[in-house]
Each structure stands twice: as C-alpha cells, then as structure tokens.
Design a protein around this ligand. Sequence first.
Ligand SMILES: Nc1nc2c(ncn2[C@@H]2O[C@H](COP(=O)(O)OP(=O)(O)O)[C@@H](O)[C@H]2O)c(=O)[nH]1
Ligand SMILES: [Mg+2]
Length: 241
Amino acid sequence: MSEDILRISLITPTYNERENIPILAEEIFAVIAQYPEIDLELIVVDDNSPDGTGDLAEELKDRYPIQVVHREGKLGLGSAVMAGFAHSDRELLGVIDADLSHDPVVLPQLILGLRDHDLAIGSRYDPESKVEKWPWYRKVISQSGVFFARRLTGVQDPLAGYFFLHRRVIDKMVLTSPGYKILLEILVKGQYNRFMEVPFIFRNRQFSSSKLNWTEYYLFAKQLLLFWLFKKRFSGHSKSN
Ligand SMILES: Nc1nc2c(ncn2[C@@H]2O[C@H](COP(=O)(O)OP(=O)(O)O)[C@@H](O)[C@H]2O)c(=O)[nH]1
Ligand SMILES: [Mg+2]
C-alpha cells in the first residue's frame, strides 16, 4: 500500500478532558495538514464526562473531521478504545490519550510506519524518549510493569497508550482488557509480524487529573499473570523490528 492514501481512525478516550480536547484536536490536525497522504478522522469516545467533554467534542465537529461516541458512564479506558475501533470503518486504527501526554508531532512517523509494519508504537522507553516529571512512585510502578511485560512481548514499551495498527491485527481476537494497557493484550494475542517503536516526549497532563488508581494497578497485575499463562500455552509469534 506504499503510495495509497492512509485512511486512519484515531481513537481518543475521554473522561473529564474539557480543557484538553480542543487543544488536542488543534495540535493533531495542524500536524496532519502537512501530510496530504494521511486522511485522519478523530473518534472521541466519551463516558458521559461530568465536565461536559462530550458536548464540547460535538462542537469541534464544525471545524475538524471528528466523530463522537457517547457512552452512558465511566466504563473504562480499554473498553472505550474497543468501542472506538468498533465505531470505525477504516482499516488503519490508532489510539492517543486526550490529556496531551502523547505528542502529536510524531503522529506522521507512526502512521507512515504502518506502510511496512503491522503495528507502530509510541515508546516512552527509547534512549531518545523523555518522560516529563513523573512522581517517583509512578515511575517505579510503571517500570516494574514494563519489565515483566517486556519479557512477555519483546517490545520496549509494551504498556504504551499511544499505538497504531492494521485492523487485521485484532480482527480475530476478542479483547478483554476493560481498563488500562490494552496494547499488552494486543501484543500477546494479536496477529502481527512487524512492529516499530518511535520515541517521543511524554508530556505531563496540565489540566484535570489522572484516572489511574489502585484498582487499575491490581487489574493490571492480574492481567499480566493471565497473559503469562496464555503465552505459555500458545507460544509463537515471529516478530521482526
Ligand atoms: N472514555 C473513557 N476514557 C477514560 C477512562 N479512564 C481514562 N480515560 C481517558 O484515557 C486517557 C488516559 O487516562 P489518564 O487518566 O491520563 O491515565 P494516565 O495517563 O495513565 O494517568 C485520558 O484521555 C482519559 O481521559 C474511562 O473510563 N472512559
Ligand atoms: Mg495521562
């Protein structure tokens, strides 16, 4: 598909991201405007945010190619991503957090990477990446999770929330991750051969607050164990980098 137009749906799950969503849309479409070979629609999946993010996203439709999926209440990040995938009719899919942590500057590199890779991941752990001022405990937790998940997948940042893929990678799998870290499940169960990782600067959220809590950490630890068992039973992906 080397010279074709790359038609992609970029999913952004939102829960109380009113301040962030207009800036995110502006940044994304400013970057993409410079790449005529990329045709991107943004799909906002909002869980009835009390701060009115969903309605604000509706207003942005006048200015940008945006679709908004409204869900009844807070049903979790992973399931929001899946709802976005289900809503899209495009072959290429991507995920970006709405809180401006995932710098849209690297979007073209990630999306163009799909021309010869099944998966493209924005990596926080490349020597060229930077993670802005995380509290120490968050760093420790993230890095321990990454340590185990890396051994499971061979990917530098298997817990990234910024990733892109061909729909065929997930066509045959049933995603079960309700909460965070849906990429890990895709890496364990998905159909892919070639993946790439692109370093970027992970910016701290400026507005609103993180929705990551102890329940999410617990769910993640449980998931890691299940994937480990799954991997042991059905081992065998050929991956190249
Ligand atoms: N639709 C939806 N979005 C969510 C939910 N939980 C988190 N998000 C969004 O997922 C993204 C990542 O969440 P965030 O709280 O920043 O997690 P962190 O970056 O790991 O601290 C943000 O865009 C959130 O608004 C949820 O239950 N439903
Ligand atoms: Mg965040």
